[in-house]
Design a protein around this ligand. Structure first.
Ligand code: ARG
Length: 390
């Protein structure tokens, strides 16, 4: 029997994959990556074994996910198509990485995932597999197998004598981790329909949030968030605290038409309270401590970095080159940003830094102005020269 390692979620698809592969003479090891799905992982491990896995690993990847994937993306200002914080996209390379490591440890010959052939995730998994270990065979059963519906998959499990509790068909397809949620399918497939309230789990409806704003101060050190309201937090806890604060105020909902890598447009809805707050905060702090050219130039790199993540290219040279750039860029991104969370909105209301380039004496329209306005006349004349007719 050929040994393979499956990225197992505990859902119906990946549960079916196990007996399906065993029928084809594979020995399946389940690999469960805990990136903060908030599931009962002991139950998932048990389900993997009940479905026929010879072994089940559950790895807590939350810390690595936030420190080595989420924070670099935050420093890069990476928002796909200017909006999506990439919570799901960032989790794929870390799960795939550990799947490969287990495959190598177990001397397996292949890697398996349960992604469909229409999405981005298959690309993110497989590019990571191939870049880490091209000798491993890649199997993606869901792309080509015989089952067309959930009912057929459940009948198949029953026919194999596998009794696992599968959750009732939910109206949506959901991906969750500690950094956020993505919700698609069902009624959301009609881009004209407003997302119904029942898709949300991390954020309260702004109708039901406090009538007084919540203020929060976030302290950054060289682009890494370290403290909330003066208190230090480890990376995962920091994200959890901001998710709670943002979610309680209805902050972090997003509804967009997104361009997938495979060419189709899809309607996507997201909840990312912490991501929304942090991206807004860091960007604002940058505007205080960096000069105009640095700020404007960086935008191109932010967009590129977002595409790298979205397109599954985490392990490529350009990604690490950009990390070096952003490390330099953030040498002075140290300071505090004060934000107001209120009724679904997140607004920066204050910022300070020992590296501030803001000079009140230069900027003021009041007393103590040191800006020499007499220089403006000559400046504008020179500024215009290149465009004059002769
Ligand atoms: N469209 C997003 C992405 O490609 C999220 C996909 C999440 N999957 C889901 N089953 N909702 O990163």
């Amino acid at each position: 029997m050929k040994k393979v390692v499956l990225a197992y979620s505990g859902g119906l698809d990946t549960s079916c994959i196990i007996p399906w592969l065993k029928e084809r003479d594979y020995d399946v090891i389940a690999c469960i990556g805990d990136v903060g799905q908030g599931e009962n992982f002991e139950a998932i491990k048990e389900r993997a074994v009940k479905s026929g896995a010879s072994k089940a690993y559950c790895l807590n990847l939350q810390k690595e996910f936030i420190e080595d994937y989420v924070f670099p993306a935050l420093k890069a200002g990476a928002l796909y198509e200017g909006k999506y914080v990439l919570a799901c996209a960032l989790s794929r390379p870390v799960i795939a990485k550990h799947q490969v490591l287990i495959a190598q440890k177990e001397k397996a010959v292949g890697l398996v995932h349960g992604c469909t052939g229409k999405g981005n995730d298959q690309v993110r998994f497989e590019v990571t597999y191939r870049l880490m270990d091209p000798s491993l065979e890649v199997i993606a059963p869901v792309r080509g197998w015989e089952f067309k519906t959930r009912e057929e998959e459940m009948d198949y499990l029953a026919s194999k004598g596998i009794k696992i509790a599968v959750t009732k068909k939910k109206p949506y397809s959901i991906d969750t981790n500690v950094y956020g949620r993505a919700i698609e399918c069902g009624i959301l497939e009609d881009p004209w329909q407003e997302p119904p309230e029942d898709i949300y789990a991390m954020t309260k409806s702004p109708n039901k949030t406090p009538s007084k704003p919540t203020y929060v101060e976030i302290e950054f050190e060289q682009g890494t968030p370290k403290k909330i309201n003066g208190k230090s937090y480890a990376p995962v806890e920091l994200i959890q605290v901001l998710n709670q604060m943002g979610g309680d105020n209805g902050v972090g909902r997003m509804d967009m038409i997104e361009n997938r890598l495979v060419g189709i447009k899809s309607r996507e809805t997201y909840e990312n309270p912490a991501g929304t707050i942090l991206h807004m905060a860091i960007r604002d702090l940058e505007s205080l401590v960096l000069d105009r050219e640095s700020l404007h130039f960086k935008e191109i790199f932010s967009q590129k970095y977002a595409e790298i993540i979205y397109y599954g290219l985490w392990l490529t040279p350009l990604k690490s080159q950009l990390d070096a750039y952003f490390k330099k860029y953030h040498e002075t991104t140290t300071g505090v940003v004060r934000l107001k969370l209120f009724k679904g909105t997140c607004t920066v209301v204050g910022r300070k830094s020992k590296f501030s380039r803001y000079n009140q004496k230069m900027a003021t329209y009041g007393k103590g102005d040191v800006f020499d306005q007499s220089l403006a006349d000559g400046f504008i004349k020179l500024w215009t020269i290149p465009y004059m007719k002769r």
